[in-house]
Design a protein around this ligand. Sequence first.
Ligand SMILES: *[C@@H]1O[C@H](CO)[C@@H](O)[C@H](O)[C@H]1NC(C)=O
Ligand SMILES: *[C@@H]1O[C@H](CO)[C@@H](O)[C@H](O)[C@H]1NC(C)=O
Ligand SMILES: *[C@@H]1O[C@H](CO)[C@@H](O)[C@H](O)[C@H]1NC(C)=O
Ligand SMILES: *[C@@H]1O[C@H](CO)[C@@H](O)[C@H](O)[C@H]1NC(C)=O
Ligand SMILES: *[C@@H]1O[C@H](CO)[C@@H](O)[C@H](O)[C@H]1NC(C)=O
Ligand SMILES: *[C@@H]1O[C@H](CO)[C@@H](O)[C@H](O)[C@H]1NC(C)=O
Ligand SMILES: *[C@@H]1O[C@H](CO)[C@@H](O)[C@H](O)[C@H]1NC(C)=O
Length: 489
Amino acid sequence: MAIPVLFSALVLLVALLCCHATAALQQLAHDVGCVHLPVVHSTKVDRFSDKRGIQLQLANRSDVAYYAQLSIGTPPQPVFVQLDTGSFELWVNPDCTTVSGSDAVFCERAGRYDVTKSSTATSLGTNRTLRYGIGAANISYFTDTISLAGSPMMLQDVQFGVATASEDAFSGILGIGYGKGIGTGYPNFVDQLWEQNVTRVKAYTLALGSKDSQEGVIVFGGVDTSKFAGKLARLPVIPPAQSPDGVPRFWVEMKSLSITRPSGLNTVYDGGAMPVFLDSGSTMTLLPANLTMAVARDFGAQAPDANGFYKIDCALTALNGTLDFAFDGVTVRVPYKELTREVASNPPSCFLGIVASDRFTLLGDTFLRSAYTVFDLETDSIWMAPAVNCGSSPAALSNVQDLSAVTGECGVREIAESTSSTQVPSTGVDDTEAGAVPTSTTTVVSQPSGTTTQMGARPTLDNASNPLGAHRLTWVLVITAALHLFTGI
Ligand SMILES: *[C@@H]1O[C@H](CO)[C@@H](O)[C@H](O)[C@H]1NC(C)=O
Ligand SMILES: *[C@@H]1O[C@H](CO)[C@@H](O)[C@H](O)[C@H]1NC(C)=O
Ligand SMILES: *[C@@H]1O[C@H](CO)[C@@H](O)[C@H](O)[C@H]1NC(C)=O
Ligand SMILES: *[C@@H]1O[C@H](CO)[C@@H](O)[C@H](O)[C@H]1NC(C)=O
Ligand SMILES: *[C@@H]1O[C@H](CO)[C@@H](O)[C@H](O)[C@H]1NC(C)=O
Ligand SMILES: *[C@@H]1O[C@H](CO)[C@@H](O)[C@H](O)[C@H]1NC(C)=O
Ligand SMILES: *[C@@H]1O[C@H](CO)[C@@H](O)[C@H](O)[C@H]1NC(C)=O
């Protein structure tokens, strides 16, 4: 297809060198400006397993979190870490004995870093406690070499934490929020990519991928123009001093929240304009209680369960409706299916992907799967478009200003396909003017196609886990938003 005219020639040149580097070109790779890693869904079986039995176990996990693989040390030790835009630091080696069942299996399979087996490891002799919305870790700081799966590039002397104790964590975390001088007292992973000239810009792109695609991409230092259509809207990041919690997160102004029912009828919710932050480390989207309640009612849930989750009819996931998150210049329409947490109990259970919180207003994975997002830490901007998937073309940026000229390559056809979710089944479910709620309660609940997951036979969510109580983790969800800032050492 024709290359979008405004797309910078330099960007394209670099793209060819960099992101499609062949073996012959790899010695150039240090100069070429971007690194792209697959973003792995916890449901993607083959990525997390090397034994068939384990595959089945992991295949039962819900779409709780998103991972990328790092190789740490010399020789390299592969470790999966959770990609987290809501925190600032990298750490590995959670205590897998503090989580149970399939979480523990997953935890073991994600890989561990043995500091004694790396010739390049250096202990910094300092410790810290990191606390998250759910979970905590005591870490000791080390520096070591970190290489990136699928890339010949290596970062030297990267500071990160090795856990000496943790609770409610089933993988290490790659915090990719603001680093040196803002969220941390030292250069974090994103800073190091830039400082060591692996990337030319301090920016990265996150496309988590839809539930059906099971794989997304993160491009450090670049974009992937095959993951969206048209232009990116620029949203200024709200400075910490003006943000609701004073923390340098990726806070942006949401303009409104509305629902587009399968009939096409759109209703705007009251009170949808507010600051929200973008947090890939949160399974769920967290919104004020009254707004959550209003959305939940439109999904047929009258009240939350004991854990604060809204149980909904799984038949809704097959309907062609969306929850529409509007920002200045871009509206992300999240299909019902992507908005839903599906749990493979028997029969399957489904939960609204939004929970009420008086602590955070954040857009988590149940939103981010449907968005294409560039986190630009140079000009403190979020660049956003609705996610569309029409292939793979990661490309480096030489300058963040080029983002205003970048055009997604996906066409109208792919947009239609990606927003129409699954085909409307003939289950007798229909939507009414009053709402998206099935009118017939005797409807046979259809198993949504593409449902992978899930966690096994537990019939309901574990009521010992209050998502807002921020204590016991179960397989239900994670919230890795850092509770405190830890600047300086
Ligand atoms: C850091 O933690 C380790 C492991 O718990 C401990 O052995 C060490 O004494 C601690 N160092 C400091 C400076 O507190
Ligand atoms: C982490 O360290 C703190 C402070 O030293 C300590 O109180 C806490 O018990 C430790 N946590 C775990 C899980 O060991
Ligand atoms: C990165 O590039 C800059 C500018 O070309 C140079 O000054 C700096 O030394 C380089 N840093 C590394 C670690 O290669
Ligand atoms: C929720 O409460 C806020 C503040 O009281 C109000 O502005 C907003 O309209 C309410 N939203 C809904 C959906 O009731
Ligand atoms: C879904 O809804 C959109 C907009 O209302 C419409 O354009 C599209 O054709 C619908 N798709 C299906 C499969 O009904
Ligand atoms: C996972 O799913 C497989 C196949 O559906 C089933 O055989 C297995 O028992 C499940 N594992 C757990 C832990 O529930
Ligand atoms: C969870 O629910 C079960 C069944 O309703 C109940 O027996 C149990 O006490 C509850 N646990 C907690 C911690 O609330």
